[in-house]
Design a protein around this ligand. Structure first.
Ligand code: PLP
Length: 393
């Protein structure tokens, strides 16, 4: 008879494996055990035919990866512990000393920061390009160019690029070189719902699952999806060397958010357009930025390429409102809370210093405020905006 502490670990009872709950279960593990040394050596996590170690995937993470591939129309998915980790993973997997990466001028800020500080240490250079001008991108491609980021729409200022034209500019350059340039889209805004990234011809689609797929504002995660087995293998091996595994509980939270994702996307899109239209009628704002509005940068490309839009819009305050006044407006909002991120249930607001975030000249001279619209009632949100405007006169 074994001692009690041994018995409660090596227990004879095994629960039957046929517990068919509607929702996939959470599997938590560092260690998984094997029947034999041979099985240990033959288990391959890379093609999802087996498990070797928690860091390399569990039933929960594999299930989420496959569902996300379906969402985005890709074949292979790698999960990372945040959207930013997914971005830095792609940069590290695909770039080496001497390479150059091109970023749109309106790129998600922390990506630019990673490239200009961390990658610069490793002898990797970068340039910013004008996302609304495929010729500008084409003109910046040189023999060192290896990776081109695309963002649709741009963070904060919401310019919508002609994505397929940007991909085409890179494809054109690729006909003249041996080492191909890869295109990678930050697809957090489109979320796999507004448009199909691989139909644009991108090689990789990255998403902050933190936003729509989770939808709860309570989990951080990112995905890297591709149709190309070689690119996937490169990303997957860098991922395993860096140890960027995700927790089963977090993966399960995203699996819970996925079924309602499309409904939330549609509802938030609807409310956002209603608010953006309301904003256009207000003399306090000199511009309203939302790609569905005629006159918003990239409106034509958006109309041609998209079936929907994310829950973001920005306003530029008329010049008569000082930064202090605009900050007082943000402080006066009751339902819109001050906070980063978006696509959760609660509406959020952030004032931005746009010129400090761009290399290209910014065509607006007032203070910009970005709204992330949640799941509250549109009427209540407009009332909140009205009262905050009234409070700053
Ligand atoms: C939020 C966001 C990210 C990063 O996601 P985290 O999970 O917060 O790291 C990347 N790209 C875009 C466009 C985002 O909005």
């Amino acid at each position: 008879m074994k001692d009690i502490e041994t018995q409660i670990i090596h227990h004879a009872y095994q629960a039957p494996g046929s517990f068919a709950a509607a929702q996939p279960p959470v599997h938590r593990a560092s260690t998984v055990v094997f029947d034999s040394v041979r099985a240990m050596h033959e288990s391959d996590w890379r093609d999802k035919s087996a498990y070797t170690y928690g860091l390399h995937g569990t039933p929960t993470t594999f299930t989420l990866e496959e569902r996300l591939c379906t969402l985005e129309g890709g074949r292979f998915c790698t999960l990372a512990p945040s959207g930013l980790a997914a971005i830095t993973l792609v940069n590290m997997a695909l770039l080496q000393a001497g390479d150059e990466v091109l970023l749109p001028d309106n790129v998600y800020g922390p990506n630019a920061s990673f490239v200009s500080v961390e990658l610069a240490k490793w002898g990797i250079t970068h340039q910013m390009y004008d996302p609304l001008d495929a010729n500008d991108l084409a003109g910046r491609i040189n023999s060192a160019t290896r990776l081109v980021w695309i963002e649709a729409a741009g963070s904060v200022s919401l310019e919508f690029p002609d994505g397929p034209a940007l991909v085409q500019a890179v494809a054109q350059a690729n006909t003249r070189r041996d080492r191909k340039i890869c295109t990678v889209l930050d697809n957090t805004w489109g979320a796999g719902l507004a448009f199909k990234p691989f139909e644009w011809g991108v090689d990789i689609s990255v998403q902050a699952l933190t936003k729509y797929p989770s939808g709860g504002a309570d989990v951080l995660m990112g995905s890297v999806i591709t149709r190309d087995p070689d690119l996937h293998s490169t990303v997957q091996m860098t991922h395993s060397r860096l140890g960027l595994g995700v927790a089963g509980d977090d993966a399960e939270r995203v699996l819970r958010g996925l079924p309602s994702m499309r409904l939330r996307y549609l509802r938030q899109d609807h409310t956002t357009r209603e608010l953006a239209q309301w904003a256009q009628s207000k003399s306090e704002f000199s511009r309203v930025l939302h790609p569905a509005l005629a006159g918003s940068p990239g409106h034509e490309a958006f109309s041609r390429l998209c079936d929907g839009a994310a829950c973001l819009f920005s306003v530029v305050f008329d010049k008569r409102f000082s930064r202090e006044k605009v900050e007082a407006f943000c402080d006066a909002l009751q339902l819109f809370q001050l906070g980063y991120s978006w696509a959760g249930p609660m509406s959020l607001v952030v004032p931005y210093q746009l010129p400090a975030m761009r290399t290209l000249p910014v065509p607006y001279d007032g203070v910009l405020v970005r709204f992330a619209v949640g799941l509250e009632s549109p009427r209540d949100l407009i009332e909140d905006l009205e009262q905050a405007l009234a409070s700053i006169g």
